[in-house]
Design a protein. Structure first.
Length: 67
């Protein structure tokens, strides 16, 4: 996992989670790129983001869905 510094325009196609709302604190966006899945707070798009390997992201999502 890597943590990237904030950038004004990453060139990534960000997708907001269907579980995110405009009223709550739980807002996540993801963007797929070759060899990485990027994750950020949709309410702070210029803030830091995480980049994880696709297999790590898949494992996380599988774990989260089964909870």
């Amino acid at each position: 996992m890597t943590k990237r510094a904030p950038e004004a325009d990453t060139g990534l196609a960000w997708i907001k989670s269907s579980y995110s709302s405009n009223d709550g604190p739980d807002c996540v966006e993801v963007a797929a790129a070759p060899g990485r899945v990027h994750v950020r707070d949709s309410k702070d798009v210029t803030g830091p983001a995480l980049a994880v390997a696709p297999d790590a992201w898949s494992a996380f999502v599988t774990h989260a869905v089964t909870r």
